[in-house]
Design a protein around this ligand. Structure first.
Ligand SMILES: [Mn+2]
Length: 402
């Protein structure tokens, strides 16, 4: 791929010229760039954004003819583009073909896990299994608190101990851990008191315990399906990334803010086109969803859109962008608005920060390779061993793929 193409695509992408960006990266550039993952991501995003244009199918056909079977990456990108076009059968065929051609390799296992997962999404089987598992979670008494959900893999078990202790420092809220591997499921079940959703069947890790990026999409879809199941069953849900640590009294903050259907973190990141339009985006690392008819309806839509876009944050912000914002009010403490039939509220960054250095209630930061002790130090938490709370481990349930 020529350098001129890459530079040009960066400019057309910045200008939100999605068709042109797709044309440059997918058709004119000669081949998918193997060495620049960034360009593959730019191509898939541009294609997602112009998927409804009549030329999108033509460009896809061109790419398919040229790129099929060139490499694992090119097949996985093609399968994803087919999925964006809602050509789900073709998409599944492409994952299946990749799986067969690379049989017995780790790449084949990734293609297989994505294919089986998407089949389960299409048939609603995965949602039904998550719903059944969610129904086993012990209910708090009347007026009991919300459920707090996070996603954990073995790499992050140490940080999880800090995360959990901080969540429960002021409140006895029940936790639900979406466990990405069997070791995590066992460890959390054995000693944390949290319920566990074992989704290890859908994930493959490399030797450093990292998820392949194509497998990463599975995670975002699974999380939204879980939020939907819980809200449907009447739970108010607090969804926190493992790198979003509670440092203050979250319950007091939520009580002090005006009522809303959703509370979410404000950020300025992907999808950048929405960030430029609104001046912010909603970040999925910290979200509170109150269960009611409106949020139940919205989550149906949100799940469908996340399954299509394969990303929860892109889908959420695109839904808001489609619906537009009204009654926008900004004060020192918050931003609030209406969109998609819901009331939304974002606490100011002084309360919920996207940085490890400040944020009086929640700090959500890029974890990168920070160790648990560095996290504690950076957050100014006392140096004591972060023990699990020893409640009875109840309500654990597993979700296994085939
Ligand atoms: Mn995060």
């Amino acid at each position: 791929m020529s350098k001129a193409c890459l530079v040009l695509a960066r400019i057309t992408g910045r200008l939100h010229l999605w068709l042109l960006t797709t044309f440059i990266l997918g058709v004119a550039a000669g081949s998918f760039s193997e060495e620049h993952k960034e360009n593959q991501l730019r191509l898939s995003y541009a294609f997602l954004m112009c998927r409804n244009h009549s030329l999108a199918r033509w460009m896809f056909a061109k790419m398919l003819r040229r790129e099929l079977d060139r490499s694992f990456d090119s097949n996985m990108v093609l399968a994803q583009l087919a999925w964006f076009l809602r050509r789900t059968r073709l998409s599944l065929l492409l994952y299946g073909r990749t799986e067969r051609d690379l049989s017995e390799t780790s790449h084949a296992a990734i293609a297989a896990s994505v294919r089986k997962f998407l089949e389960g999404v299409l048939s609603d089987r995965i949602y039904d299994e998550i719903s059944a598992a969610a129904a086993q979670i012990p209910r708090p008494g009347k007026g009991g608190g919300p459920i707090v959900v996070t996603v954990v893999s073995t790499r992050f078990l140490d940080v999880f101990r800090i995360w959990l202790r901080q969540v429960q420092r002021n409140t006895p809220w029940h936790g639900l851990v979406i466990a990405l591997d069997a070791e995590t499921a066992a460890a959390v079940r054995a000693s944390s008191g949290c319920s566990v959703l074992d989704v290890s069947a859908w994930f493959r890790f490399d030797e450093h315990g990292r998820l392949d990026r194509f497998n990463g999409n599975t995670l975002w879809i699974l999380r939204v399906l879980t939020l939907r199941a819980l809200v449907n069953q009447g739970w108010d849900v607090i969804s926190l990334d493992i790198d979003a640590i509670v440092v203050g009294d979250l319950e007091a903050m939520l009580k002090s803010l005006p009522g809303s259907d959703v509370v979410a973190q404000m950020d300025y990141s992907i999808p950048m086109d929405v960030a430029r339009r609104f001046g912010f985006i909603l970040c999925c690392g910290f979200m509170v969803i109150r269960s009611n008819e409106r949020t139940i309806r919205f989550l149906d839509q949100y799940c469908a859109r996340t399954a299509l876009e394969m990303d929860d944050q892109l889908a959420l912000n695109h839904l808001l962008a489609d619906a537009g914002l009204s009654n926008r009010v900004q004060t020192e403490a918050l931003l609030s608005f209406q969109s998609s039939g819901l009331s939304w509220l974002c606490p100011a960054a002084s309360l919920v920060s996207r940085d490890i250095g400040y944020g009086s209630v929640v700090r959500h930061f890029p974890l990168m390779d920070r160790s648990a002790s560095v996290v504690m130090q950076s957050l100014g938490l006392p140096e004591q061993s972060a023990e699990y709370t020893q409640e009875a481990a109840a309500g654990s349930d597993s979700l296994r793929g085939s």
